[in-house]
Write a protein that binds this ligand. Structure first.
Ligand code: HEC
Length: 108
């Protein structure tokens, strides 16, 4: 027997899952297309740090999106190790912001 509570829960799940899934898929395509995934993975260090590790490091910092956007646009060195990240100056400000906001939302 479906109670009202169950129906609300079901509609909440049906309503939000496809949207979240579509956004995630769009973001993964953008990460691939921007070349990020040749050096990064979500949950492990490759050439660059894991996106989850980056999210953990900047958790709670109000200016994290700006800091990371600058790092990706201009390149970054010395924050995580000896290997530098090259600049990505051809990405639009919009894409950069989407990418860094998404990186900061990754949780283990
Ligand atoms: C050639 C390899 C390479 C590519 C391509 C690359 N990264 Fe990185 N990334 C790194 C390395 C290495 C670091 C660590 C740099 C450091 O120690 O300061 C890093 C650091 C970062 C950081 C943390 C910066 C900070 O200030 O702490 C973010 C966020 C990031 N990368 C996102 C991206 C995104 C988004 C892309 C795609 C547009 C990308 N990276 C492409 C190698 C790469």
């Amino acid at each position: 027997m479906m109670t009202t509570k169950h129906m609300l829960l079901a509609s909440a799940l049906l309503g939000s899952f496809p949207v979240a899934f579509a956004q995630d898929k769009e973001m993964k395509e953008l990460l691939q297309a921007s070349g990020c995934m040749s050096c990064h993975a979500i949950d492990e260090k490759v050439v660059g740090p894991a996106f989850q590790a980056i999210a953990a490091k900047y958790k709670g910092q109000a200016d994290a999106v700006d800091t990371l956007t600058q790092s990706v646009r201009n390149g970054s060195r010395g924050k995580w190790g000896r290997t530098p990240m090259p600049p990505h100056s051809s990405l639009s400000g919009d894409d950069l912001k989407k990418l860094t906001t998404w990186v900061l939302a990754q949780k283990p």
